[in-house]
Write a protein that binds this ligand. Structure first.
Ligand code: MSP
Length: 493
């Protein structure tokens, strides 16, 4: 059993501002990191995020603003850092691919692969789509348009380095077959397996000539080439936490056998993480991650968000309007992790008024009001005998299933049981009839249930959890304003 947990997000491109899609992966990773810190202790969890700063897209975006690519990246990276702060993201490290520590590991990894004969030089002739940074063969191109984005492709002929993916295809199929948790959810695993069975992998072009792309990491064995963005990017998971020693062994506290290594990604970048990445690691003689989990997409009225459609939703705006914890709760609660979902403010407001104001907020408020009224704000002592019968502890099992929405559903079942218990017990009658022991046990139950809930929701809603714990203190309460004052719907909200 692994006693350490290493969780990563994709490193985000800095060619544009962060949107809700980026925030989704990062919030999910944060919830997992926090959950594991509760279970394994804070020192046994490492949570990495960062930014992907090389490549043509970034070079172009910088040019448009009249900045050098580095100046441009330095500017945009601030937006990511500020967003993560606003969303209360508890990352341990933030890697940028322009950092020296990263560049060194990428160059070394390429040298090892080259020395071992896994990378070879070849002449390439074919079509290239610059916006997608993708090569296409003659048979894949019908008219000279990119099969993915339908934009014009260029004919190119150049010498490049290639990684022998084909050599490892059978090994990879075997690995995926033997390790059921390697690609999750199961639908994605099936997708990759059938892709690998039906197609012979083409070797991966891992370089670009410097005359076409200068904003990249130079290959030490060929100064006229820089490395391909994806080779550069994937290595971040290693470069952030370790290095190669003189014998070309990769050493890291966070990449050992005792670590459960999880990459959270969106489904758009599954092939890179489930095909290229394991082959790169295997060729470098480095263990593979335990799990690559690919979640679904947030859509706007069933369509993809894009700048050209003008429907990109800002996470800063949403969390500013509804609160950070509401935003975090909504994303993880409304759609089962792995599936696509539609984002709308109506749906946020519905969750807010129902789950947060009515259920959780009310439970706390009513309980505090009763403690104020019946006990002058002092929390009555715990009667152990009675408390033993109360089954309020729970394990959320987020770990095994990555199923945030069902974990939250379970917590809410308990919140609603407590609310129902209040309605059925009618404590005001107990008070009237002077049934003091019963009233005390009843209040104690609510206090314990709320404390348990506050722990359970901490990974998802850290600020709310803290605020509940402050309001229900050790032996006195400190009642604040309602946690979630209802949002009244007006026609224009
Ligand atoms: N730089 C690469 C990743 C390299 S990882 C070694 C990249 N960056 S990106 O900025 O385009 O971010 C992609 C990730 O953002 C997706 O994999 C996903 O995690 C998240 N999302 C982007 N749009 C999304 C939605 N609309 N919905 C949900 N998440 C999506 O690709």
């Amino acid at each position: 059993m692994a006693n350490k947990f290493y969780i990563t997000t994709p490193i985000y491109y800095v060619n544009a501002s962060p949107h809700i899609g980026h925030s989704y992966t990062t919030i999910a990773a944060d919830a997992l990191a926090r959950y594991h810190r509760q279970k394994l202790g804070k020192d046994n969890v490492w949570f990495l995020t960062g930014t992907d700063e090389h490549g043509q897209k970034i070079q172009k975006a910088a040019q448009v603003q009249g900045l050098s690519p580095q100046e441009f990246a330095d500017k945009v990276v601030v937006q990511f850092r500020e967003l993560w702060q606003k969303l209360n993201i508890s990352y341990n490290d933030f890697i940028r691919t322009t950092e020296e520590r990263h560049i060194k590991v990428v160059q070394k990894a390429l040298e090892i692969l080259y020395k071992n004969g896994d990378i070879y030089l070849d002449k390439y002739e074919g079509w290239y789509c610059t916006p997608c940074e993708t090569f296409w063969t003659q048979t894949q191109i019908k008219n000279p348009l990119c099969p993915d984005c339908q934009r014009p492709v260029e004919k190119i002929s150049e010498t490049n380095y290639f990684l022998k993916l084909s050599k490892y295809q059978a090994w990879l199929i075997d690995h995926i077959n033997k390790n059921k948790d390697f690609i999750k959810p199961d639908t994605r695993r099936a997708e990759i397996l059938s892709f690998l069975r039906d197609n012979q992998l083409n070797d991966l072009c891992i370089s670009r000539p410097t005359e076409r792309l200068s904003w990249g990491i130079p290959l030490t064995f060929s100064p006229n080439h820089v490395t391909y963005v994806w080779f550069d990017a994937l290595i971040n998971y290693l470069s952030a936490v370790g290095h190669f020693d003189e014998k070309d062994n990769y050493v890291s506290e966070w990449w050992g056998k005792d670590v459960n290594i999880v990459h959270l990604i969106g489904k758009d970048i599954l092939r890179q993480h489930a095909v290229y990445w394991p082959i790169i690691l295997h060729a470098l003689n480095i263990r593979l991650p335990d799990t690559v989990f690919a979640h679904g997409w947030w859509l706007i009225q069933d369509t993809k968000m894009s700048k050209s459609r003008g429907n990109v939703v800002s996470p800063i705006e949403m969390s500013g309007k509804y609160g950070t914890d509401t935003y975090r709760y909504f994303l993880l609660r409304d759609v089962p992790f792995g599936l696509d979902g539609n984002f709308s403010e109506e749906a946020i407001i519905k969750r807010f008024n129902g789950d947060l104001a009515n259920d959780l907020g009310n439970l706390l408020y009513r309980t505090l009001t009763m403690i104020e009224k019946y006990y002058d704000g002092n929390i009555p002592e715990l009667n152990m005998e009675k408390a033993d019968n109360l089954d309020i502890s729970s394990d959320l099992e987020v770990e095994a299933s990555f199923n945030f929405s069902s974990a939250l559903e379970k917590i809410w079942l308990r919140i609603n049981l407590a609310n129902k218990y209040i309605e059925e017990t009618k404590p005001w009658n107990l008070a009237k009839q002077k049934k003091e022991d019963e009233l005390k046990a009843f209040i104690r139950f609510l206090v314990e249930a709320i404390r348990e809930v506050s722990l359970n929701i901490e990974p998802f809603m850290p600020k709310t959890s803290q605020s509940i714990r402050e309001q229900i203190g050790q032996d006195k309460i400190k009642k604040g304003a309602p946690l979630f004052p209802r949002i009244e719907l007006t026609p224009d909200t």
